[in-house]
Ligand binder design. Structure first.
Ligand code: PSV
Ligand code: MN
Length: 396
């Protein structure tokens, strides 16, 4: 590879960071049950410890996304303990994810619930989550709502939209300067007839209604099959409304598979739209890159490292593209040349240069191999196996 190309990759890797989710280290499953893993994390300390390993070996995952219900058992009073773990394991708290979907009271929704007291409760939880974020100096509060309905005619869709606007405005009013409210959308699951924030357009309208610090979050698994996600990304960029990503891959629905495992070219195309925008604007887009995956069968830490490596590779490939040239051939409608620019960049083997970059940072050349050699997996498997074996796995 020419030195100009490897310089491009070095430049891209220098600033590329990706956030990992605390729940990606825990025993998760499908609605049919869980297959327990002896090394899965069962406490917030174990999640920080595992995230610390991923960051230690890859050098690009300095923050951990936290889910309030799962990671802050005592709410805001848990924050000093979380701060302590962050400094102990060398990973800072990242986005804070309120949880207004798991408790019984949310059966008919949270911000869209017809019962005012439930809406108020969801709002209180969101405000508490913002307070947690303030205490931990976390920038992003990431909102996902399971709200929706399963049968036609059972919900007043317009009324629920209005309740969402009211609650989101009230949430936004609590944000500190510089904080952001990220709005995630999803067209199905757990609701199967309608979801209150079903797509990027609804998320965009609600974010605009909430206030200037609200942006849209794109979870790549939250689209219908064959939807053009990079086009959504391009539109959100041009509206200055793209706040972040939850990366994962899917074959059928929201499968939460490892990023790039099914369609790496799609992730490449997403990164290409972002880097093209940045080239055109002459500045970085303010985007939080985050992972949202659930590894039922693969080892959790291995899958996370695999993801991070894939993200680095696809981002590096996209960074290779000559955007000045792309703009030129697009202008002249030179279709094959334009498409080939993408295909050639995608086909380039960037792994040797990424290894050089790792070496320049004193990082292991192969983080996966380094994990296997470290003895960490053997140690946690021994320490955690008994507790994991006692976990509940049944669906019904
Ligand atoms: C919902 O499917 C979702 O994508 C939201 O981001 C949740 O916070 C996360 O998954 C929980 O796994
Ligand atoms: Mn998500």
């Amino acid at each position: 590879m020419k030195s100009r190309e490897s310089d491009k990759i070095f430049g891209a890797l220098e600033s590329f960071r990706i956030e990992i989710p605390s729940w990606g280290f825990a025993n998760t499953g499908t609605r049919f049950g869980k297959f327990l893993q002896p090394a899965a994390a069962t406490s917030i300390e174990e999640k920080f410890s595992d995230a610390g390993q991923v960051h230690l070996l890859t050098g690009i995952c300095p923050t951990l996304a936290l889910h309030v219900l799962w990671d802050f058992p005592q709410g805001v009073t848990s924050t000093p303990a979380v701060e302590k773990l962050a400094s102990q394991y060398g990973v800072q708290p990242g986005s804070i994810n309120p949880n207004v979907f798991e408790e019984q009271c949310y059966k008919y929704g949270s911000f869209g619930n017809p019962d005012k007291s439930v809406r108020e409760r969801a709002l209180r939880h969101t405000k508490d989550s913002i307070e947690i974020a303030c205490e931990l100096r976390s920038r992003d509060i990431s909102m996902w709502f399971a709200d929706g309905s399963n049968y036609p005619g059972t919900a007043n869709i317009r009324q629920r939209k209005q309740w969402f606007v009211e609650c989101l405005k009230a949430s936004h009013a609590e944000l500190a300067a510089g904080q952001r409210l990220l709005m995630e959308y999803k067209p199905f699951e757990p609701a199967f007839y309608h979801t209150d924030i079903a797509d990027w357009g609804m998320a965009l309208l609600l974010a605009r209604a909430a206030g200037p610090q609200a942006k849209v979050l794109v979870d790549t698994g939250h689209h219908y099959s064959s939807q053009n996600i990079e086009q959504i990304v391009a539109w959100l960029l041009s509206e200055e409304m793209l706040g972040g990503f939850h990366f994962n891959d899917r074959r059928y629905a929201d499968d939460d598979l490892t990023m790039g495992s099914i369609d790496p070219y799609q992730v490449f195309r997403i990164f290409n739209e972002i880097l093209y925008f940045e080239w055109e604007m002459g500045k970085r887009a303010d985007i939080a890159y985050m992972i949202d995956q659930s590894h039922n069968l693969k080892g959790k830490i291995e899958a996370m490292i695999q993801t991070v490596k894939m993200a680095q590779e696809l981002y590096s490939k996209a960074a290779l593209l000559d955007h000045a040239q792309l703009a030129e051939v697009q202008k002249n409608a030179e279709l094959v040349r334009a498409e080939s620019l993408l295909q050639d960049a995608f086909a380039t083997d960037v792994r040797p240069v990424i290894q050089e970059w790792r070496a320049s940072k004193g990082l292991p050349l192969d983080p996966m191999e380094a994990l296997r050699q470290s003895g960490y997996l053997q140690r946690i498997t021994k320490d955690r196996a008994e507790r994991n074996a006692r976990s509940i796995t049944s669906y019904a």
